[in-house]
Design a protein around this ligand. Sequence first.
Ligand code: CUA
Length: 156
Amino acid sequence: MHMHKYEKIWLFFGIGSLFVFLAVLGVGAFAQGTQPPSCLTTIDPEKVDQTPPFDKPGLVKTGDNEYQLNIVASAFAYTPNQVEIPKGAKVTINVATKDVIHGFQIAGTNVNMMVEPGYVSSYTQTFDKVGEYVILCNEYCGAGHHLMTAKVKVVE
Ligand code: CUA
């Protein structure tokens, strides 16, 4: 069976539109990467203090060696500002801001999130190395930006 010229054209068109589709998908995925990692969970920034789990921020055990760490960011502090995590713990970190955009980076780890008002930013990290880690804000948020730090202690 041989192909007619217009069949080839349509085949070419079909493959072409597949590539266009894939390119759009790729660009879409890339654009999403510039959003907070978890932009699906929304929160009223005015009511962070009353919204669980941020009404009781801190470390919560959720399973065998699994934890949730809920942190409230506000100008210019994190609540709580010191956390002890058992070595080897798998921790899902959730951060919400009460005011402006803040950053949430744990120096020396892969944890590096932008925290936008209205959204809960989440990241899961396993802490395998004992030590002290500094949490810092890497989004300029005002006069006290450089003072906005907290500490994570990974203990045996
Ligand atoms: Cu918060 Cu910079």
